[in-house]
Design a protein around this ligand. Structure first.
Ligand code: HEM
Length: 233
């Protein structure tokens, strides 16, 4: 008789397909929370430099006086980094599992719609990942080849100068379109995985996914275009 392999409970769940889908849903939800607050926070640019810079430096004092300077911010950053690593890992391993399990002929017969969703999720996810790296080099670290007028502690003028360059506005436009598509399909699948979606709630879930996929990208992209066209200066 073959000995049964016993895995610790958490490891067993994480290695199953449903476990990986739950990991994708929970880590996706963490990032949804972040992008909604980040988008809302960015809109403070319309209130002027003092207000925006106060918000930006306020992030570093988050949780004070209980937490020290940048301590809670670092906790949030570590949670976000862990969430993205797990999200990508679960996505890649679910994709590989589906490829090995599925015969080629079936793949050919998949509906166009399913293909479209899978492609926007997969390539869109990669676009967002590389965009976040570019974005950090641009507005957080101020890497000179990407931002040659970066001043630490002056987020307002960094953003202003950054979006007076049309190539940045184009890069951010592509990224927020990818984000919108990813949010639409991702939010819908997240509800499926978490069991919220059923026949009765399908329209509501699709509506929520669509609202998120429109509001978040529009809220983000209004900032670069307002700067490019001189409404914020
Ligand atoms: C037009 C849209 C955006 C603008 C104007 C913007 C602006 C900024 C600024 C100014 C910072 C630096 C804050 C500081 O250090 O004081 C920042 C950080 C960041 N942004 Fe954005 N952002 C935009 C879109 C996005 C998107 C779409 C994402 C993710 C999908 C994102 C993810 C991040 C992350 C992860 C950080 C680093 C936060 C930290 O660790 O301090 N941003 N953003």
């Amino acid at each position: 008789m073959q000995a049964q392999r016993v895995l610790p409970p958490g490891v067993g769940l994480a290695s199953s397909s449903i476990g990986k889908k739950v990991i994708m849903a929970v880590t996706g939800l963490i990032w949804i929370g972040f992008v909604v607050f980040h988008m809302y926070g960015n809109l403070k640019i319309f209130w002027g430099p003092e207000y925006f810079n106060e918000y930006s430096s306020g992030l570093r004092y988050l949780g004070g006086p209980i937490f020290g300077h940048t301590h809670l911010l670092w906790v949030a950053r570590l949670v976000l980094i862990l969430a993205i690593v797990l999200h990508v890992w679960a996505a890649v391993s679910l994709y590989q599992r589906a490829r090995t399990a599925r015969p080629r002929s079936y793949e050919m017969h998949r509906t166009l719609q399913a293909n479209y969703a899978a492609i926007t999720i997969r390539y869109g996810g990669a676009v967002i990942f590389f965009f976040v790296l570019y974005h950090l080099m641009h507005l957080t670290w101020g890497v000179p080849v990407i931002h040659d007028q970066f001043h630490h502690g002056d987020a307002y003028s960094n953003v202003l100068y950054g979006f007076q360059k049309i190539h940045n506005v184009i890069i951010y436009t592509i990224a927020v379109i990818a984000l919108g598509l990813h949010l639409y399909h991702g939010t819908w699948s997240m509800f499926q995985t978490l069991g919220v979606n059923n026949r009765n709630s399908d329209r509501l879930v699709r509506g929520l996914a669509l609202a998120l996929a429109l509001i978040v990208p529009l809220g983000f992209i209004i900032v670069p275009y307002s700067i490019l066209f001189g409404f914020v200066s």
